[in-house]
Design a protein around this ligand. Structure first.
Ligand SMILES: [Zn+2]
Length: 162
């Protein structure tokens, strides 16, 4: 005893059991550690993958935003051009006629007035009957003529066939 040796067989057996129990505990903890490390690795891989996806989505969003802005700017420029080109055409036109034209244009898919060409409405392609043509022929040049079928303003030209 005085040299630190265990001489009691019962003590020795108890210590032996304790040692075995500790070894089992160590093995179990090592297994758990391995499992945790595997899960950590899997979680890190998922994280990397998600980060990549987020950054790809960000890039795509940036590119779409840029493209949308460019298109919007293009449309604005085009609209400004169209309005500038329209200005001389509507200059001096009676307010009422312009309002009628704008209303018809909205209702008729963007076409509010159509040429009367070869006795046919350029808007709905309907041939005008002779009685209607006679009426149009007799109407003053500043009178607003409308197609009976589609209601569009009919513009008389040299090709109207009147
Ligand atoms: Zn018509």
């Amino acid at each position: 005893m005085d040299q630190g040796l265990v001489s009691n067989p019962k003590d020795l057996q108890r210590m032996q059991h304790e040692l075995e129990s500790l070894e089992r505990r160590i093995t179990s903890l090592e297994d758990q550690e391995l499992e945790v490390m595997e899960r950590l690795e899997a979680a890190q891989q998922s994280h990397t993958s998600f980060t990549t996806q987020v950054s790809e989505a960000d890039e795509r969003l940036d590119s779409l935003t840029t493209s949308r802005d460019e298109k919007a700017a293009g449309i604005d420029a085009e609209l400004a051009e169209i309005l500038a080109a329209r200005a001389p055409a509507v200059d001096g036109m009676p307010e009422e006629l312009l309002a009628l034209y704008d209303r018809l244009r909205e209702q008729k898919g963007g076409v509010g007035a159509a040429p009367l060409r070869a006795r046919e409405c350029g808007g709905c392609r309907l041939s005008l009957d002779p009685a209607e043509l006679t009426t149009i022929r007799g109407a003053p040049s500043n009178e607003v003529i409308r197609c009976e079928e589609c209601q569009r303003i009919l513009v008389r030209t040299s090709e109207s066939g009147l």
